[in-house]
Write a protein that binds this ligand. Structure first.
Ligand SMILES: Cc1cc2nc3c(=O)[nH]c(=O)nc-3n(C[C@H](O)[C@H](O)[C@H](O)COP(=O)(O)OP(=O)(O)OC[C@H]3O[C@@H](n4cnc5c(N)ncnc54)[C@H](O)[C@@H]3O)c2cc1C
Length: 382
């Protein structure tokens, strides 16, 4: 067994850390306050390989392994939760299904465009106003064939990147009879007639990552925009989410690490009862727990990512990794605020933003309850 990153992964970690330090961190507060996406960072992400992590090199991507993907999202999350979320919705959700299941024509047309960072991003719309966790039974957005086109009608909810995307991969019902083979993924360019991207949702956190309701009113796209075989949408979705969960867990570790670093600094600087906060054992124990939890989460995220890289089953491990890392971030950032006392509750201190950003992570890409369902199904099947 070897717990070391390989040389390439070590170099990659350094590159992404420097990128996050220079391009994300200094703007993290501003993008949150102004509710604006950090375009400048995305423009610079292309050449570094951060806009094409799931895209093969033939189509302009960097096609990094899953451990490197986890490394990158920890660093990006450390720099700015909002920008990290937009990047993961692009790399994982918005491009991986095309790279894995799309036709050569779709790959050639769309992947180089979005991997360059010069254009807009990718997005994936699964969730609907009436269905999030229950994708299989709940999706009512439908696509019907008419000549050489699909006609799409319905509505999606909580779509990350919709307003800053070239296209939205849309999960639709192609067989009205229902069942596990009744869903399909279709690529819908965002300039399609009949597609409405509604104003950005007013969110608690991650405010530099735009999230939208989207509606489809007789949207017509060519039959060739189907991603993968008709009826495979559910399976494609589940496997996209397995990988996405590792990224969300990694972002959570980055947020927790950033909050802990802030807490350590604050504990050293702040005096109470004639000594530094860091001299109180109660504070030291909090810091010890934070460090322990971050280390444990990272080790398990790497394990899940490694299993994927080995081509082995990793669905249960991705669920455990996401569940632990996201709930860990809640606890760690809660304590980071506690160490800051009243100042931790102020927008002047970054831990307040990190706490709001981390709150999404136990909800998006499968709630904690859904992760527990996935894990318990594996346990009971064993
Ligand atoms: C900021 C943000 C960004 C997002 N980005 C995207 C995106 O890009 N694309 C996309 O498709 N979606 C996106 N989502 C949607 C997100 O994935 C869903 O919100 C999430 O999957 C939960 O679905 P829901 O909100 O419909 O809640 P529901 O499914 O209605 O669940 C409500 C509650 O019931 C619980 N619950 C549901 N079923 C069960 C069960 N069987 N057992 C126990 N408890 C259960 C849930 O865990 C939750 O606590 C985003 C959401 C947010 C907030």
């Amino acid at each position: 067994m070897n717990f070391d990153l390989n040389e390439e992964q070590k170099v990659w970690k350094k590159i992404v850390h420097e990128f996050a330090e220079k391009e994300l961190r200094p703007k993290a507060r501003e993008v949150d306050e102004k509710e604006e996406f950090n375009w400048e960072a995305f423009r610079k992400a292309g050449p570094v390989g951060l806009a094409g992590m799931s895209i093969p090199e033939d189509f302009g991507g960097s096609n990094v392994d899953m451990v490197s993907n986890a490394i990158a999202f920890e660093e990006l999350g450390w720099g700015c939760g909002s920008t990290a979320l937009a990047f993961t919705a692009h790399n994982g959700l918005g491009t991986a299904p095309i790279a894995l299941y799309g036709s050569d024509e779709l790959k050639k047309k769309w992947l180089p465009l979005v991997a360059s960072g010069k254009n807009k991003l990718g997005a994936l719309a699964l969730t609907e106003p009436g269905a999030g966790s229950d994708i299989q039974g709940g999706v009512i957005t439908r696509a019907e064939k008419s000549g050489n086109e699909w006609i799409i009608n319905g509505a999606k909810m909580w779509n990350t990147n919709a307003s800053i995307a070239e296209y939205i991969i849309t999960l639709v019902r192609t067989d009205p009879k229902g069942g596990s083979k009744s869903l399909s993924m279709i690529l819908v360019p965002t300039d399609s007639k009949g597609l409405t991207i509604h104003p950005a949702e007013k969110k608690m956190g991650l405010r530099g990552s735009p999230t939208h309701a989207v509606s489809y009113d007789n949207v017509r796209v060519p039959l060739e925009n189907l991603i993968g075989p008709e009826g495979k949408g559910l399976q494609q979705t589940l496997s996209t989410l397995d990988a996405g969960r590792i990224s969300i867990g990694a972002i959570s570790i980055g947020l927790a690490r950033a909050a802990m670093e802030a807490a350590v600094q604050y504990a050293r600087d702040r005096k109470a009862f004639n000594q530094s906060l860091a001299d109180f054992q109660a504070i030291q124990f909090k810091l010890a727990n934070m460090e322990m939890e971050i280390e444990l989460a990272r080790t398990y995220i790497y394990k899940a990512a490694w299993l994927k890289d080995e081509g082995r089953p990793y669905s249960k491990e991705a669920a455990i990794a996401k569940l632990y890392a996201t709930e860990m971030a809640e606890r760690v950032i809660y304590d980071a605020i506690q160490i800051h006392g009243g100042y931790g509750y102020s927008r002047e201190y970054n831990v307040e933003r990190m706490y709001r950003d981390a709150r999404l992570m136990t909800i998006g890409e499968g709630t904690s309850e859904i992760q527990r369902l996935v894990i318990s199904r594996h346990v009971l099947a064993g």
